[in-house]
Design a protein. Structure first.
Lengths: 82, 172, 185
């Protein structure tokens, strides 16, 4: 039970959180800019939504699962005094 | 601290308070919007296809009700006494005096105007009494969730199931 | 960003914020395009009244609330030429074009406006309206019993329903085409 919960929780360390946050922001903004420019160039507004949804999906795949590059700096707990 | 499974009573109460905060702030937002727009129902979900292709089922409409007179060609939402759902149609005709305005409406996708919908022997809508607001803007398809929730069984249970799963995962 | 749930929530909320910013930008850009295309000063619509006919109708659909007395109904035949193509850009979902007649009522403060004809235009290719000998789409009747032979000014209105943003309205005058409602004999 606990094993299932911790796998689903998928926690990552602090450096990993910084990295995933950065990746999420940059990917989404870049995706937004690219989709809007594509839509404007092609004269079609619907393409913007589809392209952006695609980029958002990729962002989810890259940022949510606990990939190894998010767990490179595990927290060093001190040993207890007793 | 009394232990109530994985959480203490205090933690449960804090969670409940969080939900209450979300609920009341949404309610406040809706009522505040009601006051600003001067309409009893400033957000309406399109339920029928009578205004296609302009509005589809599931679009959310933002209403404004501070205009004294409505122009021909504007899209209004109106309520007839005795009918439960508001109707979203375009104004076909207007007969206006200083303090009263009579309107005739028709759905873009309908063949005939709305005369047969109006209550009793009325042939026009009264702008003051029956018009809930004028459509000023819209959010496409956002309201489809409310339609799904109301009409689709699988969606209701699926949503309940997912909420339960999330509660399990978030354990602490 | 500690648990997977938090990352899902954060990604979703940031994507929503970004999406609404995109929508705002699209609307602003398309509005500027309309301003540049000068859509509020389009050339006049060419309206020409070919003929008009008055008849007495007796059902509620034609304005009669007294089935014995009936109501004066008017049908018009007209030409219309207007170019609405500058209204179409990437953010235009559809244009609703409608031809109205505005006339006075029995008191000074009464203004009446009725729609003679309307059309939904979804494509730029269909946006140049060229009607010859078209019939009024709706049977026209007044609040009162009759139009009393009044004069009416005709205007062609347009309404852009965009993909994102607020609806945009405008109109073209048709000063050459004023109409006089026929008398019911």
């Amino acid at each position: 039970m606990e094993a299932l919960r911790s796998t689903l929780e998928a926690t990552i360390d602090f450096e990993g959180q910084k990295l995933s946050n950065l990746a999420k922001t940059r990917l989404l903004v870049l995706g937004a800019i690219l989709s809007t420019i594509t839509g404007f160039a092609l004269g079609d507004v619907m393409i913007i939504w589809f392209m952006f949804a695609f980029v958002a999906g990729i962002t989810m795949l890259l940022v949510v699962p606990p990939w190894p590059f998010f767990t490179q700096h595990p927290v060093q707990w001190q040993t207890p005094a007793y | 601290m009394v232990n109530f499974g994985a959480q203490s009573i205090r933690q449960t109460l804090v969670q409940l308070l969080g939900f209450a905060a979300i609920f009341t702030s949404s309610y406040m937002f809706y009522k505040g919007l009601s006051i600003v727009a001067n309409s009893e129902s400033p957000l309406v979900v399109v339920l029928s296809g009578s205004m296609e292709p302009a509005y589809q089922r599931g679009d959310v409409l933002l209403l404004w009700n501070r205009q004294k007179h409505v122009d021909v060609g504007e899209v209004v939402v109106y309520n007839i006494d005795g009918r439960t759902t508001p109707i979203v149609h375009r104004v076909l005709r207007s007969h206006a005096s200083d303090n009263k305005q009579l309107l005739l409406t028709k759905g873009d996708n309908n063949a005939v105007d709305d005369v047969s919908f109006y209550g009793g022997r009325n042939q026009y809508l009264d702008r003051e009494k029956e018009v809930v607001g004028v459509v000023k803007g819209y959010l496409p398809l956002v309201g489809y969730i409310t339609i799904l929730l109301a009409e689709n069984q699988y969606f209701k249970y699926g949503l309940l199931g997912i909420t339960g799963l999330l509660a399990f995962i978030q354990g602490e | 960003m500690h648990t997977s749930i938090q990352r899902i929530q954060q990604t979703f909320s940031q994507a929503s914020t970004v999406l609404s910013i995109i929508a705002a930008i699209v609307f602003v850009v398309s509005y500027i395009q309309l301003v540049v295309a000068n859509v509020w000063s389009l050339p006049e619509a060419n309206f020409n009244l070919r003929g008009s006919k008055a008849a007495r109708r007796f059902s509620r659909q034609y304005g009669a609330n007294d089935p014995k007395k009936g109501k004066e109904n008017v049908a018009l035949k007209f030409d219309l030429d207007a170019d609405l193509s500058p209204l179409f850009n990437w953010n235009t979902k559809l244009v609703f074009a409608y031809l109205t007649a505005t006339y006075d009522g029995k008191r000074d403060d009464i203004v009446n406006e009725i729609t003679i004809w309307d059309q939904i235009i979804t494509d730029k290719d269909d946006s140049h309206i060229k009607l010859k000998g078209a019939n009024s789409k709706y049977s026209l009747y007044d609040v009162e019993e009759s139009f009393r032979n009044r004069n009416a000014t005709v205007k062609l209105h347009w309404n852009i329903q965009p993909h994102v943003g607020a609806k945009i309205y405008g109109s073209l005058d048709a000063t050459k085409g004023s109409i006089k409602f026929p008398q019911l004999v």
